[in-house]
Design a protein around this ligand. Sequence first.
Ligand code: NAP
Length: 479
Amino acid sequence: MKLKNPELLQQANYWDGLWRQSATGEFIEVANPSTRMVIGKVPRVSRAEVASAITAAEQAFISWRQQTAQKRGQILRGWSELLLQHQEDLAEIMTSEQGKPLAEAKGEVRYAASYLQWFSEEAVRNYGDIIPAQKPGQKILVQKQPIGVCACITPWNFPIAMLARKVAAALAAGCTVVAKPAELTPFSALALALLGERAGVPAGVFNVITGDSAAIGDEFTENPIVRKISFTGSTRVGKLLQQKSATNLTKLSLELGGNAPLIIFDDADLDLAVKGAIAAKFRNAGQTCVCVNRLLVQRTVYEQVMQKLDGAVAELKVGDGHQEGVKIGPLINQSAVEKFIRHFDDAMEKGAKLICGDGKSDNLFIKPVLLADAKPNMLFCREETFAPLLAAIPFDTEEEAIQLANDTPYGLAAYFYSNNVQRIMRVSDAIESGMIGVNETAISNAAAPFGGVKWSGYGREGSRYGMDEYLTIKYVLMG
Ligand code: NAP
């Protein structure tokens, strides 16, 4: 890894303001998915160390919550600026540990910085209410207070942004955080901590630990100091955390898996729709929670759309994310490749037609696949594929498209293309999804509430709603 600032690659954990090696002497090796070479290692913490980090966050909470919102905002703003200053190095770290193309990695760093910036501005807008009382001489005051110590668990697919959007809202609200990044991509989170330290985040306010996820999850759910867990990851682990959080009634936000439909109606701008579908399917090699997983195309324009898609998919260059012009990096690991092959084979067995790609893997690299004539009974319609496989299902009527779109236990993102304003209103009302892109697939930004319904979880990140997740409402009756 060629870094202008090599100290950004931290192979230690950070809590209570100190960089620490593992007390257990055990480590987790981190490999580059493009080369499969080990790029570094991070400590595997013991459960006692997790508890120490939580206690440090509890201590830090006492003074952090007392800071003025302006001061907290100022620190977050400085942190955001440091991310932008170091975006080249942060992108290099991310591409090396996660595999995504450098241009996408840089985009993710800027996206992460945008959350720190947004919440630096929201910190000062944590307004309460004064409500007319029901008895003369009284006043009802409503005040929003930070919930306390928060545990944040993040996945490998957006190693810096998923953490930044949690920590920005939590710190703006006056909470302190213990974060656990995915073991496959811990270096981006540790670099974020280093820049936080430089931006003036006080000791104990933001802590990052790495190690065995089940043990850390158990400490997070069983330690009564933790008042809130914000989790981004699979629905399987989200459900597990919900069960375990019953012990302390720990408040949860769950940003879980998706199974996004993209519908192209025959009154749509087809070129725009194809462009949107390609961007939303193949970003991060198809490994995003808001990825198009099911493409639904109205039969009257089906052939036209498939032709346009064929040309566009065939152009996508696959390779090491460090290489110029690469649009699709490797998948994260072998089990991701196996899932792709399972979905591909299942679709082919059930009668899909191969238009582009070959369904084979070369190490962790996969040529993007386009399938036509897919059917709702195929495996990819039931589970996230999380790989560069785009399969199109033809449909006839609007009602059928809505029925197909909603035929999933998930409800994170959905997209559709149409130029008929009445249809736009009807379809956006009818689709069961936390987020809907109409004639647009780049839906995520700091000003908008990100989150799902059904098995995609609950809670929102970003926007003015994002800070509510880290606040409790206190009502004071003034007699
Ligand atoms: P995952 O297996 O659920 O892992 C997510 C995080 O949870 C990782 O840090 C993982 O640690 C940790 N974890 C695993 N088991 C745990 C346990 N028993 N207790 C506590 N933590 C545990 O998901 P993933 O495969 O990494 O991520 C992909 C999933 O995330 C997809 O389903 C995707 O849709 C979803 N996602 C959702 C959003 C959203 O905003 N809705 C955004 C991005 C991704 P280790 O990896 O170290 O084991």
